[in-house]
Write a protein that binds this ligand. Structure first.
Ligand SMILES: [Zn+2]
Length: 476
């Protein structure tokens, strides 16, 4: 995905079980448009061709035909009427935003909820709900409970703690503002605009925020005098500093304002100097969707190629790992061709702490975890390792990761097996490395494209990887 768009650029955020992404919005003749191919591409297999006047598009098994400047199109052989004309620019189809609520269900076959004024598009049942609980103690604490883990950008200004949710499909609590019968924390308000939701907590004293419950709870409380200098680990104060969750938020947020960039004027005292060693560091995980481009991988069904399943699955895994504090590098985020050597080299250059290759198979049941078949070596003697056995020093840790995944999945009664395999490029990667192969679940082959099934698996892998985080790392 591209970097976060600048704040004044118009964009639309799309939330679906398989991908969360943001696209630029274009203005043409006073109407707002988005690229149709870009909109559909993260959701399934899509191709299009155009002679400049007509555009034919295929999404999974759905065929559609559009005409430049016209309001009538054909989708699945039936007429579809736009209220604003479809446009073609440089062979690229542009659809008006005001058609998305009716247009997308024709392609996706699922419910679509488009909050047009906020440019937030929800596909399927992905919304995250929020509830509030105020504890009137001293200091008062406001618990924001979310139905799924969240990762907002948090910043402060006098009297306000602001949380911006760009990648989280937060939905309205049903009211724009809630007043609290408390002298310090007086109000919370919700708004959404330009692809983001915003939650503000209003108070008469400086506020701090901390995560708990696997990032499903954010506790907002007044800063007690003295607590700032002590800087309780894991607690984010509005005074910035190394523990600030805004700095721990996803790399996509790096262009957004954070608390550290906006030192609040409400500080009762200046922030403590941040020792370099305390600077929070997000470990980097490399996720490698196997196959791609010309190289389709296994034909899982007549129409389903392994390369497409691995990409969708990789995007889910990226999200789950990010929620658990990792930075994630996807070796491909589109239908591109990469050699096995290129994949290993990219992982090695990135000096990630873990490499996870993803495959899918129509045979068998559940999931399989593979580690390299190389003989296990003792601790590294620092010698240079040849390309074909680069993995050897890291293999004991790779096996720890594999065992953690098996244990996590078995706890959830998810069928899983682990074994060594001669599966490139595992041998060529010098950090802990595993390959996951996703096989059908209880519902058979349809599980391979089921967002729910993939989501469950991705969450289990991410839980397992996070549980052995302290063991991971580049092997010297
Ligand atoms: Zn494969």
């Amino acid at each position: 995905m591209s970097a976060a768009p600048s704040a004044d650029e118009k964009h639309i955020s799309v939330y679906s079980p398989v991908a969360t992404y943001t696209l630029p919005v274009l203005e043409r003749a006073g109407h707002e448009y988005v690229g149709l191919l870009e909109l559909l591409e993260p959701l399934g297999r899509v191709s299009s061709e155009s002679d400049g006047r007509r555009l034919k598009l295929r999404y999974n098994a759905v065929d559609a035909e559009f005409a430049a400047g016209k309001t009538r199109a054909k989708i699945r052989g039936r007429d579809f009427d736009f209220s604003t004309p479809f446009l073609i620019e440089n062979s690229r189809g542009l659809v008006p935003l005001n058609s998305l609520s009716t247009l997308l269900p024709r392609f996706l076959g699922t419910t679509v909820n488009f909050r047009e004024s906020a440019r937030r598009l929800f596909i399927g049942d992905v919304g995250i709900q929020i509830s509030f609980r105020l504890d009137n103690g001293s200091p008062p604490r406001l618990a924001l409970n979310f139905s799924a883990p969240v990762n907002p950008t948090i910043s402060t200004e006098p009297g306000k703690l602001r949380m911006i949710f760009k990648r989280d499909p937060l939905i309205s609590p049903g009211t724009q503002s809630i007043s609290f019968a408390n002298k310090v924390i007086t109000q919370a308000s919700y708004s959404e605009n330009n692809g983001s939701a915003e939650l503000d907590v209003i108070a008469n004293e400086p506020l701090m925020a901390s995560y708990s419950n696997n990032r499903k709870t954010i506790v907002v409380s007044a800063v007690e005098p003295g607590t700032v200098a002590n800087g309780t680990p894991g607690t984010a104060t509005s005074q910035s500093g190394p523990q600030n969750p805004a700095q721990m938020s996803t790399p996509q947020n790096s262009g957004s304002p954070t608390a550290s960039q906006n030192p609040p004027q409400t500080s009762p005292q200046p922030p403590p100097p941040a020792p370099a060693a305390q600077t929070f560091h997000r470990p980097l995980a490399v996720v490698d969707p196997a196959h791609g481009g010309e190289e389709r991988g296994a034909a899982l069904t007549n129409t389903l190629a392994e390369k497409d399943v691995t990409l969708g699955f990789a995007r889910l895994l990226r999200h789950e790992l990010e929620l658990r504090g990792f930075s994630v590098l996807l070796l491909r985020d589109a239908d591109t061709t990469l050699t096995l050597d290129q994949r290993a080299a990219a992982a090695n250059v990135a000096r990630a702490v873990i490499y996870i290759s993803l495959h899918a198979d129509s045979l068998g049941r559940g999931a399989r975890v593979y580690t390299s078949l190389l003989p296990v070596e003792g601790p590294s003697n620092g010698a240079f390792h040849p390309w074909n056995s680069a993995q050897a020093p890291a293999l004991p840790v790779s096996k720890i990761v594999s065992a953690a995944i098996v244990a996590t999945m078995r706890k959830q009664e998810f069928p899983v097996q682990a074994s060594p395999a001669s599966l490139r490029p595992l041998n060529n990667v010098f950090m802990p490395a595993i390959a996951m192969e996703l096989a059908p679940g209880p519902n058979g082959i349809t599980d391979l494209t089921s967002a729910n099934y993939q989501q469950r698996t991705a969450a289990a892998i991410a839980d397992a990887v996070a549980s052995v985080r302290d063991r991971l790392g580049v092997q010297q």
